[in-house]
Design a protein around this ligand. Structure first.
Ligand SMILES: Nc1ncnc2c1ncn2[C@@H]1O[C@H](COP(=O)(O)OP(=O)(O)OP(=O)(O)O)[C@@H](O)[C@H]1O
Length: 691
């Protein structure tokens, strides 16, 4: 078949499919507004169907795979789209959902004559792939059609032409879905075992964030009976990043998944009884001035994030528990006594799995009930005697310890109960802060942990948790989240090579995986980088040479672009050169997002001001910012993590700005670029780039 006739045939089928979809959409009636529960449920189902059809109307499908089921099945063309759609008034599928078992062949097939297979509910299905075709459909027209595999034709292996085309596109201020070009290695993660804690180590630009979001969409589809969107949660490093990823799940037709930061989540958990100190203070301490390796190692965040510190907290909680059951009898009036043994028996046998403060409250109520019934049994109605008994009860139960999470935590850092093993400087600074009901990032995990132990989780446990940029999490933080689930089901993703918050995070994944049993764990590595051109990836890989420990160079997809240039400038020319480069890039009109990445917030403010004064409308990204708006931006390198830009200009890659300790920062900065990367440096070029 010629390309032309294939195109025409597909266009005809597309038009027919779209007509079918439109007819179905038009047949959907208005929404139900009444109170009848059954009608409401039916309305919800109808609404979901309408949403699926709306998604399909925009782009019904993006792929086709012709699969001949073995041993003697017929050959079926399967059209794959974001949402599955059946033909009008029929069970026959017009489009299969990308998450359906059969669709996995489209992603996992790597070419060759050997049979391909997929897991179906009835077991493994084997068959021959005859065709793998990609489409790009816009406004009802096929604007691109690429056959990446045709059985019996020359190479016999899947080519990446369509992927390269997609990667060459510009990006705006939001991350997008990748359903049409998910790669085999990514697909394996998306469809991996639901019950495990999956750890994904992936180089910059390998699609970790994107893959984790697609995995959520997959889990909700595949395990609709067991997993609920409202019992899933995504943890991201800051609100700007949350805004950046916020479009992907709705694009995939998934709503209602809570997306938050660990800090916001903890504040909610503690019912807003604390506020969190401004993150920009910590940022400025760690990134604006030079810090030594020793300072990082001894940082209070590393101490408080450790399991050793958790053990200290556990001891304190155990101590409170120890004091809950009174060791002396309760005698509300003469000759009426409740023994400590009886109270201990109630406490230990009746309140089993309850949390500490609930057990405490139940014990207090039980003592009261005992008193009331004894008074009744003894026929004591005298008001004076009863009032006296009540006073005794109040003073007796007042001594049974009762704490809020903040009170218990604060008790560890000052006063009579100060924990001796906490370094003095850490204790003093923490006590000072907590007095004002302010917590720093390092206090959040212990506070959340204590809250869970004292009062439990206010809502249902999570079915699945996603943790992005997990290299910045401490073992204690992860342990807190682990406690919020019934099973180990988690997706934990990050890149140790981008671990710029070493003062709080981990240096090896084993620090986090140690929290799980061997059989609960899954581990994947993604080493191919999809974001940047080959030139940019090879350039950034040079920086890895300066990192301590094992490093994983990113493997580029074969997408070539401009060479990366590092150019010296004098102090005097510096700002002017930055403005000129930006202007030149803008004039070309090739890039939608351009970023000037500076070493510190202060440097960025200087650059931003200069650009503004010279007629270049740039936005300055700051740590408190709730959203990143795209266009031209000036970003401190430590806030650029997770984001990406069509073109990146590193403002000053000098030895002064990037010392040997700053390899991860520079790596993060350079790997933000998709198509273009340029570096200026004043004085000496940083040693991190070698020759
Ligand atoms: N299979 C794919 N097809 C098309 N684009 C892809 C694919 N995988 C990843 N990408 C693109 O690569 C870029 C990087 O993806 P993403 O941000 O998810 O990676 P990451 O590993 O989380 O990166 P980083 O750690 O650097 O923040 C995005 O623009 C994403 O759309």
């Amino acid at each position: 078949m010629t390309v032309q006739s294939a195109y025409q045939e597909e266009q005809d089928r597309l038009t027919k499919s779209l007509n079918d979809i439109m007819t179905q959409l038009q047949a959907i009636g208005p929404r139900y507004k009444g109170d009848d529960f059954t009608e409401q449920m039916l309305d919800l189902q109808q609404e979901e169907r309408r949403l699926r059809l709306e998604i399909s109307r925009r782009e019904p499908y993006f792929g086709r795979v012709d699969f001949e089921e073995l041993p003697d099945g017929e050959m079926k063309p399967l059209y794959i789209g974001k949402a599955g759609v059946a033909k009008k008034d029929s069970n026959e599928l017009l489009v299969i959902d990308w998450r359906a078992p059969a669709a996995s062949v489209f992603y996992s097939f790597t070419g060759g004559e050997s049979p391909a297979s997929y897991e179906s509910p009835d077991g493994q299905i084997e068959g021959h792939v005859h065709l793998k075709r990609n489409f790009m459909i816009r406004q009802g027209e096929i604007v691109r059609l690429v056959d990446s595999y045709v059985r019996g034709q020359e190479e016999g292996s899947v080519t990446d032409e369509f992927l390269l085309y997609r990667l060459g596109e510009n990006k705006d201020n939001k991350l997008r879905d990748i359903v049409s070009t998910i790669q085999g290695e990514q697909d394996r993660i998306i469809r991996a075992d639901r019950s495990k804690a999956l750890f994904i180590q992936g180089v910059a630009g390998s699609g970790k964030t994107t893959v984790a979001l697609h995995r959520l969409a997959f889990l909700l589809y595949q395990y609709a009976d067991r997993m609920r969107a409202e019992r899933m949660i995504i943890f991201a490093p800051n609100r700007m990043f949350l805004d950046y990823i916020s479009g992907v799940l709705p694009e995939l037709g998934v709503g209602d998944i809570q997306q938050t930061t660990f800090s916001d989540w903890t504040v909610e958990l503690l019912e807003k009884t604390i506020s969190v100190s401004d993150a920009s203070e910590a940022m400025s301490y760690w990134f604006e001035e030079r810090r030594t390796a020793e300072e990082i190692e001894q940082a209070s965040g590393r101490f408080k994030g450790s399991l050793d510190f958790k053990a200290i907290v556990d001891e304190r909680i155990a101590d409170v528990e120890q004091r809950i059951v009174p060791v002396i009898p309760f005698t509300p009036i003469d000759r009426m006594e409740l023994s400590p043994e009886q109270m201990r028996e109630w406490y230990e046998t009746d309140y089993g799995d309850e949390t500490l403060m609930k057990k405490r409250d139940r014990l207090v109520s039980r003592i009261r009930r005992w008193m009331e019934s004894e008074l009744k049994m003894k026929g004591i109605a005298d008001k004076k005697i009863r009032a006296k008994a009540l006073t005794k009860f109040n003073s007796f139960t007042k001594k049974i310890p009762s704490y809020t999470a903040l009170q218990l935590y604060a008790s560890m850092f000052s006063g009579k109960q100060l924990v001796a093993s906490i370094p003095k400087r850490i204790a003093a600074a923490t006590a000072e802060r907590l007095k004002k009901e302010v917590a720093a990032a390092e206090d959040l995990a212990p506070l959340a942990y204590i809250q869970l132990q004292l009062f439990g989780l206010p809502k249902q446990a999570f079915d699945h948790i996603v943790i992005d940029e997990a290299q910045d999490y401490s073992p204690f933080q992860l342990e807190v989240l682990r406690l919020c689930q019934r099973t180990a089901s988690m997706t934990v993703l990050g890149d140790l090579q981008q671990g710029i918050h070493a003062y709080a995070g981990v240096q090896s994944w084993s620090e986090l995986t140690a929290l799980f049993e061997e059989e609960q764990l899954g581990y994947f590595e993604l080493n191919r980088s999809y974001r940047s051109t080959m030139e940019i990836i090879e350039f950034a890989n040079k920086i890895l040479g300066s990192m301590i420990g094992e490093v994983k160079p990113a493997v580029p997809v074969f997408r070539s672009g401009d060479p990366v240039i590092a150019e010296p400038v004098t102090d005097k020319e510096w700002l002017r050169s930055i403005a000129e480069t930006v202007r030149e890039w803008q004039a070309k009109g090739e890039y939608e997002t351009i970023s000037v990445i500076g070493r510190t917030a202060l440097q960025c403010e200087t650059i931003h001001l200069y650009l503004q004064e010279n007629g270049l409308d740039a936005s300055l990204v700051q740590s408190k910012q709730p959203a990143y708006g795209g266009g031209l931006s000036v970003v401190p390198v430590y806030l650029s993590k997770g984001l990406e830009f069509d073109a990146v200009l590193i403002a000053d890659a000098s030895a002064e700005d990037y010392s040997p300790l700053d390899a991860k920062l520079l790596y993060v900065g350079c790997t933000r670029a998709l198509h273009k990367l340029k570096l200026y440096y004043r004085g000496e070029l940083t040693m991190l780039l070698g020759e």
